[in-house]
Design a protein around this ligand. Structure first.
Ligand SMILES: [Zn+2]
Length: 175
């Protein structure tokens, strides 16, 4: 992600992840200010500057918060690609209904978790308790929806220079 730039709203809310080129456009038009650089230099005939890594808009963008949709990708991202029964980061991963659908389990943030194939197979159509499995944490709907897609956000929050700006908005990704 070294040539991608995190764009924050005037109120520091994460808005977007854009290309370096696009960020330069914002800076030249005086629409944004650099908050973090990544230490590399950009040199050309016209410019010499440090590569921006985080910029903040000089004006407030008002946008309604998008709804956070449940998808395979967003469940995997929330669970940090980790099986919620055995804690292994293995692939392929599956999505498991904690309370099986045939027992009335819902298709919701609170009832879907990332599971490795072995755990999913040994659980079968049973509850974790019936199968002798324990969830390493209780699945929840992420607290906050940034404008950035949830799976992109989950990756972005692990970039060093971006962490401090994203963490206040992060659904607890690793507790
Ligand atoms: Zn497992």
């Amino acid at each position: 992600m070294s040539h991608q730039v995190l764009v924050l709203n005037l109120n520091y809310e994460p808005l977007n992840i854009c290309s370096f080129r696009r960020a330069l456009g914002l800076l030249f038009l005086d629409k944004a200010t650099v908050l973090e650089t990544n230490g590399e230099w950009v040199r050309s005939e016209r410019i010499e500057m440090r590569m921006p890594s985080v910029v903040r808009l000089n004006y407030l963008v008002k946008r309604p918060r998008p709804e956070l949709r449940i998808s395979r990708r967003s469940i995997l991202a929330r669970d940090n690609f980790t099986c919620q029964y055995c804690g292994r980061q293995t692939s392929p991963l599956t999505i498991d209904h904690v309370i099986p659908r045939m027992n009335g389990g819902s298709h919701s943030w609170e009832n879907l978790v990332c599971s490795c194939i072995q755990c999913n197979n040994s659980k079968g159509n049973r509850t974790p308790r019936q199968a002798g499995l324990t969830l390493i944490r209780q699945p929840r709907r992420p607290r906050f929806v940034p404008h950035i897609s949830f799976s992109a956000f989950a990756r972005a929050v692990r970039v060093d220079e971006w962490q401090q700006y994203l963490e206040p908005f992060a659904p607890r990704l690793d507790h």
